[in-house]
Design a binder for this molecule. Sequence first.
Ligand code: TMP
Length: 252
Amino acid sequence: MARRKKIYEGKAKTLFEGPEPGTIVQYFKDDATAFNAEKRDVIEGKGVLNNMLSEYFMNGLTQIGVPNHFIRRLNMREQLVRACEIIPLEIIVRNFAAGSMSKRLGIEEGTALPRPIVEYCYKDDALGDPLVSEEHIAAFGWASQQDMDDILSLALRVNDFLSGVMFGVGIKLVDFKIEIGRVYEGDYQRLIVADEISPDSCRLWDMETGQKLDKDVFRRDLGSLTDAYSEVARRLGVMPKGATPMKPTLIN
Ligand code: TMP
């Protein structure tokens, strides 16, 4: 089989040239990293779960009219996505205090915020993705004012959608991170949701017990990451009851 051209290898995913111009194959690895890759492990089955969960969320966004890069899932670990220019920002939306915000501002984890708070980090591993303000973004030309308006609107729509979907299965959406890409259509350009939406990039707490069902299980050594992600997938009906990511025949 002809080898595909690798475009980029990140911490959790590898991107290959897609079959048609303007497409990319996104391969979900089993690698888990935290604290800017200071902590790392290979968690068998994580890539399969994130591939399926990201497909589920992106398809849902498409159905409510939120533009995103997802085209179709190709197999257990790969999906075809639309190529785009990634804006070098991590867009974080928080509904409850947790993680770096709790640390930075001394707010107890789990405290409800008076409204969703959107934060921006500059995507640069060497710098550890530092928090930046809209002033930095405008001054250094990472995004225009129009882009920032569109990014805020996309982020809040994703927040409403994801919060509702999670509420429906007894999970609290504490916070999440998305990335946004730019696509060109004739003389126009527009922004779409890109990268992935998965428990790697969200904080998800069980509403009854507060149990963590996201990457904090790995970051904080709280147990099995695949059990946590499988639970999210099971509740959403992404995987039938009893199926595990190690038994692919049960999933399709
Ligand atoms: P934080 O509290 O560590 O800043 O994380 C906020 C949210 O962003 C949380 O849902 C996890 C997610 N996140 C990523 O997806 N990638 C990252 O590199 C970091 C630091 C956080």
